[in-house]
Each structure stands twice: as C-alpha cells, then as structure tokens.
Design a protein around this ligand. Sequence first.
Ligand code: HEM
Length: 553
Amino acid sequence: MSKIKAAQRIATKVMPSILSGQRTLSTSAKAQQGVHFLEMDVQAMGKHCPLRATVDGLTIGFEHNPGTNIQPDSHDTEIKPFDHVPGPKGFPIVGTLFDYFKKDGLRFSKMFEAYRQRSLQYGPLYKEQIGPIQTVVVSDPTEYSKVLRAEGRHPVRREMEPMVYYRQQKGIDLGLVNSQGEGWHRQRTAVSKHMLKLKAVNQFSQPMNTVAQDFVAHLNEITDSNNEVPGLETEIFKWAMESIGTFLFEERIGCLAKNPSGLAQNFIYHLQSYFRLMQPLMYNLPIYKIFRTQRWAQYEHHADQVMRIGRIFVDKKVQALQEGDPSNPPSAFLSELLANENLSAADVTGTAVDLLMAAVETTSNALLWCLYCLAKNPEVQERLRREVNDVLVPEGTITSETLADLPYVKAVLKETFRMYPITYATSRILPADLELAGYNIPAGSHVQANLYGMFRDPELFPDPHQFRPERWLRGNMDPKLKSLSNLIWGHGPRMCIGRRFAEMELHLLLSKIVQTFKLSYTHEDVEPTLNTVMTPDRPLRITFTTESGQFSC
Ligand code: HEM
C-alpha cells in the first residue's frame, strides 16, 4: 500500500473510530467521491475529539469544513459568512493533508511556498484545513492590521502542539512560548522589563561584543584550505548559544573555546534535531497522542536531552546564586526572576530554558541567511563595509548609540528577513468575531499573516527576488511597509521578547564580520526549507577571505 493510501486509510477508516470510540467505518469509496460521510461522527466527537484544542476558552483546531472557491466580491458591502471564505476543498478530518504528500505536490518543509501559491490562487484571504489545523491566511497588510488592533491584553498564539503535549506528559511548566491567559501574562511581565528595554539590553553590549570578536577569531581559525568553514551552521549555533549565555547567566558557556564544553555541543545537536522533527509533527494528524510513532519517539528523545541540559545550565546558576558562590558571579536576570514572588522556581527554570531554546535556532539561522545574501551580493557587501569602517574602529564596541549611525547595517538585516523570513507567518487566535476582507471570521479562528507571500509580492516590493537593502533606508521606504517588516517579530503585547537582544547581537556580529572578511559564494543556489524556522536546505559553503590574506582581529 502506498504511503498516501495508508494515511488515507488511517484518516478515513481507523482514526474516526479511535477518536470517537465508535465502530470502524467502511467509507473509502465515498471518501474518494468527496462525500461528507463522516459528518455524523464528527459532530458526535464534539469537543471530546483529541484533535481539537482549547486555548483560553476558545476552541481551535479541527472543524468540519467543506471548503469553497467563491471569490470575494469587492462591490458587495455586506459581510459574507465564514463558509464563503475561499479555499481549497479537503476531506473531512484530514482536510487537504494529502496535498502535502503528493509527488511534486506541496510540502510541509515548504509551507511558506504553499501559502504563497494558495494566496495567488484564492486571493488575499483564504481558509484551509490541513490535518488538525484550520487556518485563515491573510496576504494583505491592511487586512492583517485589523487582527493587530483586535488582539486584546492577553493575545493568544496557536500553541506548538508537540511541545505542549510533550511538556504535559512530563509534567513540565509550559513556559512563556506556550502558556496562555493570566499565566502567560505573569511570566511575560516579569521577563519583559529585562529584555524589551533598550537600556537593559545595552548593558550587555560589552560582553556581546566580546563574544562577536571571539567568534570572528574562531571563524578565522577554522577556515579550511578553500577558505570555507566546514559545518558553518553548527559553528554559528555555538556563537548564538554563547551570546545568549552572556545574557542569561552572565558567564561564558565555553562554546568557542579550543575544547568546547561537551554539554554545550550536545545541547546544540539535540536542539537542531528537535526543531527539525517538530515541523512535520505540527502539521500531521497528532497520531502520536494515540500511538508512540517513531518520529515522536525521536522527538521525545531530543526534547528530553534539550530539557535536561538546559536545566543543568540554569540550575547550576540558580544554585550558585542561592549559595552565594563567589567563584560564580550572579546573573542579574535570573536573580530578579527568582526574587519575583509571582514566579515559582519551576516558572523561572521553564522560562530560562525557553529563552535558551528560542534564542539559538532563530538568531543563528538569521545570521546564516544574512551571510548568504551578502556573499551573493558583493556591491551590497562593499557598501556595508564602507559604512561600518567609517563609524567603527576595528575591535570597537557597538552599542545602540553606535547603531544609530549604521542605517545600512539595519537595512541589510531587514532585507534578509524580507527574502528569508525565518518565521514565515505570524498568527493570532481571534478573541472575538472580526471582519476581514469582507468576511466574518468567527472568534477562535486561527488567522495567519502570510509574511513570505507578502514579502515576495511584486506589488508591495518591486523586483522581490533581488536583495536590495536600500528599500529600507529613510526616504526610500513606504511607512506601511516598515510596519510590515516589523511583523517578522510578531506584534503587540505578545511580540518576540528577544527582539532587542537578537537585533543587537546580529547587527553587532554582522558589522564585525564584514570588517574582517570578504564573503563570496560560488556554489549552486541555496533554497529555504523549514525546520520549524526557515533554514538553508544544504550546508552553506561561504568563502571567508581577509583583505590581505592576513587575519588582523
Ligand atoms: C532572528 C531572531 C528572532 C526572530 C525572527 C523571532 C521571532 C519571533 C516571533 C515571530 C515570535 C512570535 C511573536 C508573536 O506571536 O507576536 C517570537 C516569540 C518569542 N521569541 Fe523570538 N525571535 C527571534 C529571536 C529570539 C530570541 C533571541 C529570544 C530569546 C532571547 C526569543 C524569545 C522568544 C520568546 C520567549 C517568544 C514567546 C513570547 C511570548 O509568547 O510572550 N526570540 N519570536
């Protein structure tokens, strides 16, 4: 039996009976005719269906939705019902899941491209049910801005279901990324004043500069005879880990040392595998909740290791703080969280491990894409180098004040995110009914901004496939597009809490790298793929050469 047929059989025959506890249905012939044969059983499953999730009192996830192709009529001012939102037709329960398994069809690893293609076909607002996820995808910035205005005090983002299920099984706090409502607000308030204020992040500019400087020296040491860096991705992961360590623990983790800490290397290895496996688990039917699938077993193994090692880092520091160990200097961030009476010790550990996990994968992939774009665009690189050299003496410290004089550095990062938005869609679950593009979208709907689609839309960004940081310079930029570019960090009270930190470390390292190396790329083009965040689909073989062939850092 082919993989698709086997999956269809599970979905149409086995799953309903497992999920509803009812008899197995013999329905495959009807399924192929697209008859909505499971309607009765679906309704009977009601809110007990394990494929549905309830978040902050709103039910999200599976909904029986036949799909329609009706296009919105711009002359019709009446708000049309949700059923009329255009979108691909799917089967009951599985929706359009099989479209993602067809030969030459859409792929989970290319969801950003699937969203782009669907929006070209169905317009600026469409809906789709992919396995357990029903989503409304918006590709018009003005329409998505309505979602921003409606998100309320406790915005709800769809949980990362495998992550939540794992933590629930193990009795671990959900952490900042996945908690909701008051619990989320409590953790968020405690952390945000340390992370979102420029002044707070600026205090770490000196140690972050030192890490960047060390990383540049490290790169120089490990370039091979072709001036390429074998395993560049892992080396950049080390930098990201070392950098967040200076903030969370105010000490060096040792990733860039001659003999790097085995613990840190293991953390990196397990974290990479953890994110790679999460992508297919998020979109497939959560069969892992019923059978312990092989993929789930692997994911669980890596998650166990990430949590174990993450906790070792955090607990070591917490213990040193509690014991007043003079050889282990205190971390202001952790000390203050521990002193916060609204947070339990488990909250503090959960949050610190979350930050560690969120920081490494995101910033390292952002940097990889940035280096790739620069290596492919020598004129941009040269302009960037000129700007940095005019402002910064080699080994100079970059602070937020220095960065005010480096607009092109910022523009390069923005343009990288436009070309390769590592978070290709940002989302909310609606707290109340909302009109979008002339349709009524009911409370509880999962609405996503199709960032990749919008960033590659020639009407918004002329020559969208060209890397042109100039678009983002003052005077050239449409203010509406500026706010669109900010969506890479999410929005409102729940936007990325690491934004200030990430921008600072990326601007800083980018500046140091172009001051030291000329980057070039002579191999075949790299394509984006999803390992939860957008990553290059093959090892990046960038050439790093120094001006004189001599390293002078
Ligand atoms: C290139 C770097 C990064 C990008 C593009 C990025 C992007 C995002 C996005 C889009 C969200 C969802 C926001 C929303 O729903 O409105 C998010 C949430 C989050 N990010 Fe980042 N992020 C980055 C780096 C970091 C770093 C360095 C940290 C930690 C130091 C971090 C920690 C978090 C946390 C904890 C959340 C959950 C916040 C909450 O739900 O309250 N991120 N990030």
